[in-house]
Design a protein. Sequence first.
Length: 135
Amino acid sequence: EVLAQDWEAAGEALDEQASEEFDASESEEEAVEGFISFIENSTTEMTDFVDSLDDLNAPAEAADAMDDAVAAGREIVDMFENVLVVLGTVDTFEDATALMEGPGFTDASDRFTDACFELEDIAEENSITVDLLCG
């Protein structure tokens, strides 16, 4: 439950940062710089969340879903890190955001979300109240 609260707070902070930075952008360069900052912070938050998941002692019935969530989460972090390398070469906000639209990112994100929902289902089946904010 604490992990879900931490994840929710991190998501809200990232959303607020994104709104502030993108709304305040007066040029393409500022928009790209804001996006870079957003991805840097997203990478940090996702890394922390995945590390927290990995540190949990999941019961046997949740081990596979936990492993799937951690693996997909690490893949997302790797993609964020790869995007950060390329972001220094783009000139427009549109080009910057297009880097996040590839099938690899979508697949990893879908696997992470599926594993997250599976963890919530397992918790419910075991009378554990938790909301991992999977959607």
